[in-house]
Design a protein around this ligand. Structure first.
Ligand code: NAD
Ligand code: AHE
Ligand code: ZN
Length: 368
């Protein structure tokens, strides 16, 4: 069938709206009509050419929500009409990783996902016979996409898709990093580097679990007021202090219990570790850094009890946890509406990247 998609032809170039051909779902796959999708910094990262797994041409997008319109053979858990959120971290419930109870990083389809194809090694997308790659197994910048059944979370029927699409990445990543990865305890002092779509969700996760101080760090002073409505108690602009690490240690009486890097800067990752409290402070890397970038610190930082770790999709098991997070939103426990700073139709999708780079959007939601 013909579908509308924003195609990334080449690194560093704007997306181009095209009518592309989409093959129907094979066994174990479902076809989903995407109603809305957020634009995450990771889409911009891959489009920039910095992603070692970036492939072109591709249909990007991984923060969507939609409705199942067709199911392939052997699909048991989904039916036509179900409202769903695509999962870039699938949950097969059978692989060594899923069964370990120690990680959300299901590996059942990770290798083909990284090669921009479906689990059978082929792409469902093409244009005039030329193959177009899938992206992160989701490709939500198309009005219809095909997904493996294990990469789809079924959600309740009354959830507004132009809001809960953000649970497909930003919300789950930020809130999950606090709850699942760091397991922040009530009364903890938390520092969040980067107050974009991810950082604000770390802040609301920290507020949800009863953190004491929630310190936000961002170069852009315009991020301050919204972060305060999400629960930030203190703001530091690195340009206003001599030494951001010293400023945090001073404010927290010794250092952060938990810090979160939500930018993708290896320099800031070091600051995020080194602002942690001696003996127990834990720093969680969420930001994605480009090919060739490496982190460093003095090993003494770890010898003296600080812990460095990372998280993907907030440690969430998508088919199990995403419907719960939708409930939290529907019950008013978390705010998604304020994260949606802009809504635009798919033919203006490049504006979403411009707004992100200008620091003017938290999340732009693209509708079809
Ligand atoms: P964003 O662009 O919305 O926000 C980034 C924020 O960082 C902005 O507010 C910007 O002003 C601030 N910033 C930039 N450089 C800074 C610096 N040196 N010091 C302080 N602040 C600085 O991005 P986002 O969508 O929130 O994504 C953040 C990062 O998280 C990206 O690297 C993205 O790829 C990554 N990410 C990771 C996961 C995961 O599962 N690990 C999931 C989603 C996003
Ligand atoms: N291809 C990239 C990987 C980037 C990355 O780390 N992605 C995160 C999700 S970011 C969502 O906005 C992730 O899930 N990582 C685990 C995984 O298996 O990819 C690179 O840099 O190589
Ligand atoms: Zn993302």
């Amino acid at each position: 069938m013909d579908v509308q998609a924003a195609v990334a032809w080449k690194a560093g170039e704007p997306l181009s709206l095209e009518t592309v051909q989409l093959d129907g779902p094979k066994a174990g796959e479902v076809m989903v009509e995407i109603k809305a999708t957020g634009v995450c910094h990771t889409d911009a990262y891959t489009l920039s050419g910095d992603d070692p797994e970036g492939l072109f041409p591709a249909i990007l997008g991984h923060e969507g929500a939609g409705v199942v319109v067709d199911v392939g053979d052997e699909v048991k858990s989904l039916k036509v009409g179900d409202r769903v959120i695509p999962l870039y971290t699938p949950e097969c419930r059978q692989c060594k990783y899923c069964l370990s109870g120690k990680t959300n990083l299901c590996q059942a389809i990770r290798s083909t996902q990284g090669q921009g194809v479906m689990p059978d090694g082929t792409s469902r997308f093409s244009l005039n016979g030329e193959k177009i790659h899938h992206y992160m197994g989701t490709s939500t910048f198309a009005n219809v996409t095909v997904l493996p059944e294990i990469a789809v979370a079924k959600i309740r029927d009354d959830a507004p898709l132009d809001k809960v699409c953000l649970i497909g990445c930003g919300v789950t990543t930020g809130v999950g990093a606090v709850i699942n990865t760091a397991k922040v305890e009530p009364g903890s002092n938390v520092v969040v580097f980067g107050l974009g779509g991810i950082g604000l969700n770390v802040i609301q996760g920290a507020r949800l679990v009863g953190a004491n101080q929630i310190i936000g760090v961002d170069l852009n002073p315009a991020k301050r007021s919204l972060a305060e409505t999400f629960g930030m108690t203190h703001f530091i602009n690195p340009n206003d202090v001599d030494d951001v690490v010293a400023a945090i240690i001073d404010l927290t009486d010794g250092g952060a219990d938990y810090s979160f890097e939500c930018i993708g800067s290896v320099k800031v990752m070091r600051q995020a570790l080194e602002c942690c409290h001696k003996g127990w402070g834990e720093s969680v890397i969420i930001g994605v850094a480009g090919a060739g970038q490496e982190i460093s610190t003095r090993p003494f930082q770890l010898v003296t009890g600080r812990v460095w770790r990372g998280t993907a999709f907030g440690g969430a098991k998508g088919r199990r946890d995403v419907p719960k997070i939708v409930d939290w939103y529907m019950d008013g426990k978390i705010d998604i509406d304020s994260l949606v700073t802009n809504i635009i139709p798919i033919n203006r999708i490049n504006e979403a990247f411009d707004l992100m780079h200008a620091g003017e959007a938290i999340r732009t939601v693209v509708t079809f």
